[in-house]
Design a protein around this ligand. Sequence first.
Ligand SMILES: Cc1cc2nc3c(=O)[nH]c(=O)nc-3n(C[C@H](O)[C@H](O)[C@H](O)COP(=O)(O)OP(=O)(O)OC[C@H]3O[C@@H](n4cnc5c(N)ncnc54)[C@H](O)[C@@H]3O)c2cc1C
Length: 411
Amino acid sequence: MSNERYDIAIAGGSFAGLSLALALTSADASMRVAVVDRTPPDDAVKGESDGRATALSAASRQLFEALGVWAAVEMSVQPILEIDITDSGLKSIVRPRLLHFDSELKPGEPAAFMAENHVLRAALIARARQQPGIDFRAPEMVSGYETGDSGVSVRLGSGDELMAGLLVAADGRRSVLRKQAGIKTTGWGYSQVGIVTTIAHEKPHNGLAIQHFLPSGPFAILPLTGNRSSIVWTERETFGRDVVARGDEAFLAEVKPRFGVRFGAISLAGPRAAFPLDLHIARRFVADRLALIGDAAHGVHPLAGQGLNIGLRDVAALAEVVVDARRVGLEAGAPQTLQRYERWRRFDSAFSGFAMDGLNRLFSNDNAPLRALRSLGLGLVDRTPPLKRFFVHEAAGATGEVPALLRGEIP
Ligand SMILES: Cc1cc2nc3c(=O)[nH]c(=O)nc-3n(C[C@H](O)[C@H](O)[C@H](O)COP(=O)(O)OP(=O)(O)OC[C@H]3O[C@@H](n4cnc5c(N)ncnc54)[C@H](O)[C@@H]3O)c2cc1C
């Protein structure tokens, strides 16, 4: 049984956890960080798609550039150049759009990019393995922790123990550490699932993303490299689970009317899965020597593709407060350090979560007055270029108190 000492231990080595480890060790070369993940990293490095892809904001791209990850994914990433929003019925032959955006901050600078999850995770793992100061332990479980005067002792599934000044929970929506700390969440389930898969199509998408609001939930078509798009299809839970379990032909038959004919003939080009959707915001983002980041801290409806982008804001803010604290001789796990992180991130995350929730309620129904109201609202936005620019900048993550990493700077 070993008992090693680190400055920071991170439970969960997915997008948020690995990004934080890279951020901390890039800002302070003397920092020693342990990252523990229960899944074998080789599954990600093999390069097989799990059918999932993520819309990354321009600010998240800046973070990955600063961390030396972007160069490894750039060739596989598809810029989103335009966005169409519609709520027309599935049977209508023409699908008039309610709103059209040029998704660029300025010409040649896309506000968002689509990255396939397996590509991004493999690049993060490869970068973390090269980085002195990071000890990446996987497959390995974090099973619990105890705090004391000299730090936090982290119990691992193998029986080993790690000592650290601060423990970060990046262990996802069902965070064991959040539960052990007694931190409750505010939120609710959506009785909807998010079905994801990759679709190959005959005609090029030219960087166009389509958000089609249907009564059971939004159906998003998001461009990937080549003549491929990722779909995120929000559906009522029972029907969604049933449709995902059907054979390829039967599943494709349900996708076709939703996907439409704009990109020509379509076929399945990846595995599919259905994810339960909920809103959860941790009531506290910190406890004694513990900080929550990413989905461990909050989960939002995927309709605007913001979940991980919000998580990367946690990463950038926590890295910045820890680095600032160490520079003035404070400990990473000191209460003042953790309170600064919580003040920075909790309100912003809750605001984003409730905004997505409101959009889902406004659009996931067929109520005539609500349809009229949203058509009016979106029509107004469509004819008001400054409002459109505001929304594009919001989606790019370029507003508010932006931490250094999201401006492409190491703190
Ligand atoms: C359908 C769908 C579409 C989405 N689309 C987008 C999008 O377009 N854009 C966007 O920004 N976000 C999107 N999201 C949200 C995004 O996927 C999540 O926000 C993101 O994956 C969270 O990353 P994370 O690192 O916090 O957690 P996770 O990715 O959940 O990783 C948690 C990690 O912790 C590990 N772990 C768990 N417990 C333990 C333990 N006890 N010990 C050790 N390791 C442990 C797990 O193995 C895992 O690797 C979408 C989500 C869904 C469901």
